[in-house]
Ligand binder design. Structure first.
Ligand SMILES: Cc1cc2nc3c(=O)[nH]c(=O)nc-3n(C[C@H](O)[C@H](O)[C@H](O)COP(=O)(O)OP(=O)(O)OC[C@H]3O[C@@H](n4cnc5c(N)ncnc54)[C@H](O)[C@@H]3O)c2cc1C
Length: 279
């Protein structure tokens, strides 16, 4: 498949870019592994998206999906493994397991990937993403992490479970006040501060954590210790204005949905303006 623009990632950034390109009449393909929405459905409640009342991330993600459907924009469900720039043809060549794609402009809206915690990976018990645990009920979930994503996930999972969050820092600097208040006020969530994990092991159907000499048992362990920008293996020797890194892939852990949307639209407009001046 060859199109003027190739967008990788159908989170808020990639979706916004696709919508704007359609608006401008520029042809593109949108390829993403997994369902549209990216990290958005993980969010307990999006309260900071201008113009919208607070709503769960799943609800906002559904609105984005409906917008794509209304414009008949389809998402190709594939994982892009490699990207190279073909200098002779001045185009990007993208490869997945199943297909290859070509485009003149490339938008990398590939989000972030979780930081791993060595020594904590217990098969079927340790998770880095809260979404697979959304169906779990009446269990004890242990969460390692001090940031907003860890506390936000605690709120989501405490709807149906008991949750203990192990916070490395003594204080909760860098966490939005509204979020912190909700976590502290939730009777199903316990916070263990100043905790440095020394060991995680499997104990039958449970996970055992040894933190500051104390033993904690839970059914599942969620590790939420930050996320790094995720950019597929790529050779991006093409000139400025031909490729863009958008959303969380650019901003990393500080990214917010509205920023990702703005980034996606900005890339689309720069591509549109570049093409218009070339004519
Ligand atoms: C728990 C949690 C709570 C949050 N709460 C809020 C909040 O309250 N308010 C707020 O504004 N924001 C919140 N956010 C942040 C928000 O979800 C992100 O800022 C936003 O999703 C970033 O959008 P993105 O499109 O840049 O990346 P992502 O949403 O990460 O989307 C990237 C997409 O690219 C796909 N992809 C990656 N690599 C490839 C590849 N090689 N091939 C094909 N596809 C690929 C991924 O599968 C994914 O679908 C929260 C995030 C989390 C995790």
């Amino acid at each position: 498949m060859h199109r003027t623009v190739g967008i990788i990632g159908a989170g808020p950034a990639g979706i916004a870019c696709a919508i704007q390109l359609r608006h401008c009449g520029v042809d593109f393909f949108l390829v993403s592994d997994g369902p549209p929405g990216g990290q958005l459905p993980n969010a307990f409640c999006i309260e900071n998206y201008p113009g919208l009342k607070p709503m769960p991330g799943t609800v906002l993600a559904n609105r984005f999906k409906k917008h794509l459907a209304r414009l008949k924009i389809s998402v190709i469900d594939q994982h892009i493994k490699t990207i190279r720039h073909n200098r002779q043809k001045d185009r990007f060549e993208l490869h997945s397991e199943q297909d290859h794609f070509g485009c003149e402009y490339l938008v990398l809206a590939t989000g972030t990937q979780p930081r791993r915690l060595a020594g904590c990976e217990i098969d079927g018990r340790t998770f880095y993403d809260c979404r697979p645990l959304f169906r779990v009920k009446d269990r004890t979930i242990l969460i390692i992490g001090s940031g907003e994503a860890a506390l936000d996930s605690a709120l989501s999972l405490a709807r149906r479970n008991k949750v203990t969050v192990f916070v490395k820092k003594k204080n909760s600097g860098g966490v939005a006040k509204r979020l912190l208040e909700q976590v502290v006020g939730n009777r199903r969530i316990s916070i263990v501060r100043n905790s440095v994990l020394t060991k995680a092991t499997s104990k039958g159907s449970e996970v055992e954590l040894i933190v500051a000499g104390r033993r904690y048992l839970g059914h599942y362990l969620l590790v939420n210790i930050g996320r790094n920008p995720n950019v597929p293996q790529s050779d991006l020797s093409a000139g400025v204005g031909k490729w863009f890194i958008c959303g969380a892939a650019r901003t990393g852990r500080l990214g917010q949905t509205a920023m990702a949307v703005g980034d996606g639209i900005s890339a689309a407009m720069q591509i549109f303006a570049g093409k218009s001046t070339c004519r």
